[in-house]
Design a protein around this ligand. Structure first.
Ligand SMILES: NC(=O)C1=CN([C@@H]2O[C@H](COP(=O)(O)OP(=O)(O)OC[C@H]3O[C@@H](n4cnc5c(N)ncnc54)[C@H](OP(=O)(O)O)[C@@H]3O)[C@@H](O)[C@H]2O)[C@@H](O)CC1
Ligand SMILES: Nc1ncnc2c1ncn2[C@@H]1O[C@H](COP(=O)(O)OP(=O)(O)O)[C@@H](O)[C@H]1O
Ligand SMILES: [K+]
Length: 457
């Protein structure tokens, strides 16, 4: 079983193409199904620890995997039953079912089991699940001590993570060959429980990946405050927000943090405060300008944003500044960090999955787009995308976005690729939230950034 971190995320079309390539290289559909089903059975056997397993099988190849897994469990001497609601509709699923020698119970009458293996629908589910089937599945999932889904939980749309049935989460999802968008995008991701990938020897590749811990380095002996990265944070109408951003930048390894504009009393002394001036932004030593948290939307804010866009330094644009940006582009690196409301205000309604939306927004704007939420998608104009799937929901509190802007600012000022700076910043932010535990406020979050960084050295 493989953790998701850093793996390519594939759509159904890409998975089918990878499967076709494997078949062209000599594999067969039945052979792939045998590999998948047996790999599933092996993990289920370990997780079930001897308890009886009920396998529920659907009409397609996901159901086929279920029949293979049931037969393999039975051969291994494990107590296993099978239920289904429809005959197999693919040749491979039909052949797999023919090799299952036990009884098959109708889904609606199936007795509960301590372990449920959901092999009803995989990546082929394209429309809302029937209410009767949903009800039966809910009863079996709720009645099991442990529920495990094959590939994706039944009732989610694999390519965009939409929900196609009202069902409770399973405990474990065994993704076949690669993670799919449904494993990382909401609302489907929360239905998956712990996701682990099973290697079925189908080669997948792609430019969309699950976030992984960044590889950071310690300061070299020659390091000095400017070489570590100077972050200039532009303040405005709400000084507390800019203070959070500046504090987060300072706790994310920036060598020098400069807060331009009005500051709060309780700002750490290490943060240098100055009046706002366009000249200060243009200083060649400035590695990143962060503008937007608490900026306001009045004339002063507009003037400060104009100065930032003209300063020629790498930019992180957040909050109010996103509303004032108005489609303007800059020559240098620019990272924009909208939440869903800001994203729609900036780009209008873009169709497709959150991954496709973020990518399209990056392509149109020429900026690195950090599309925030419970699932945060970071997209570059060149097609690279990273999905940060598991930020704790405790992050849903005011000011945590200001902290994120500061972390990304520090990574950007440290040099290197702006896309990686954005992705690394999002990972460190989520890790700091994991370390902060429950019910933290944004100020507390920043205090956990140094330990998050320590985990990446
Ligand atoms: N790629 C790989 O490398 C490998 C993939 N493998 C496995 O294949 C799985 C994909 O299989 P799949 O394409 O057969 O689709 P699947 O998810 O079983 O469901 C489609 C079936 O459900 C039906 N159906 C759809 N909606 C419905 C509804 N609302 N209510 C009722 N029925 C509905 C649909 O019928 P139709 O839409 O044609 O009416 C069709 O019959 C994949 O997730 C993985 O487990 C492994 O075996 C080997 C390696
Ligand atoms: N339910 C959630 N689960 C995980 N992360 C969340 C959730 N809600 C918000 N976040 C994260 O918290 C931060 C909130 O940012 P934002 O909406 O800009 O808030 P603010 O402007 O108050 O700072 C983002 O990084 C976002 O990804
Ligand atoms: K399934």
């Amino acid at each position: 079983m493989i953790r998701l971190d850093g793996l390519p995320i594939v759509t159904t079309e890409q998975m089918r193409a990878a499967e076709a390539q494997a078949i062209a290289a000599g594999a067969t559909v039945d052979g792939l199904m045998a590999r998948a089903g047996e790999a599933v059975a092996e993990q289920v056997r370990r997780l079930a620890a001897g308890a009886e397993v009920l396998v529920v099988c659907g009409p397609g190849n996901n159901g086929g995997d279920g029949y293979v897994a049931a037969a393999a469990l039975k051969r291994a001497g494990h107590s296993v039953r099978v239920a289904c609601f429809s005959e197999p509709r693919t040749a491979a699923a039909g052949a797999a079912r023919a090799r299952w020698t036990g009884a098959i119970e109708p889904l609606s009458e199936a007795m509960l089991a301590p372990v449920l293996l959901d092999a009803m629908f995989g990546v082929g589910l394209t429309r809302e699940l029937d209410k009767g089937v949903t009800g039966s599945l809910r009863r079996l999932i709720e009645g099991a001590r442990l529920s495990i889904a094959v590939d994706v939980p039944s009732g989610v749309s694999s390519d965009d993570g939409a929900s196609l049935a009202d069902l409770p989460p399973v405990d474990v999802t065994l993704a076949l060959g690669a993670p799919k968008p449904a494993h990382v995008l909401q609302p489907a991701a929360q239905r998956c429980g712990a996701v682990r990938v099973l290697d079925i020897r189908v080669a997948v590749e792609g430019s969309v990946r699950v976030a992984a811990a960044p590889r950071l380095t310690r300061p070299v002996p020659e390091a000095h405050k400017y070489s570590r990265g100077l972050v200039a944070v532009v303040g405005g109408a709400m000084p507390g927000a800019a203070a959070l951003t500046a504090t987060a930048a300072a706790r994310s390894g920036a060598g020098y943090v400069l807060l331009l504009g009005s500051a709060t009393d309780r700002l750490p002394h290490a943060i240098v405060r100055r009046r706002f001036s366009a000249e200060a932004l243009g200083d060649e030593r400035v590695g990143a300008v962060v503008i937007g948290p608490g900026l306001g939307r009045e004339d002063q804010a507009k003037g400060r944003l104009d100065a930032a866009l003209a300063c020629g330094r790498p930019l992180v644009i957040d909050g109010d500044a996103l509303h004032l940006l108005d489609g303007r582009k800059v020559d240098g690196p620019m990272i924009v960090t909208p939440h869903a409301g800001e994203f729609t205000a900036m780009f209008g309604e873009i169709g497709g999955s959150k991954i496709e939306q973020a990518h399209e927004a990056a392509r149109r704007s020429g900026a690195i787009v950090v599309f925030k939420g419970a699932d945060t998608v970071i997209a570059a104009p060149d097609g690279r995308v990273v999905v940060q799937p598991d930020g704790p929901a405790w992050l849903s509190t005011a000011g945590t976005g200001d902290v994120l802007a500061g972390v990304i600012g520090a990574r950007l000022a440290a040099g290197g690729d702006p896309f990686e700076a954005a992705a690394d910043g999002a990972w460190l932010h989520a890790e700091a939230a994991r370390l902060a535990g429950p019910a933290f406020m944004a100020d507390d979050l920043a205090a956990h950034l140094p330990v998050a960084i320590g985990r990446c050295l």
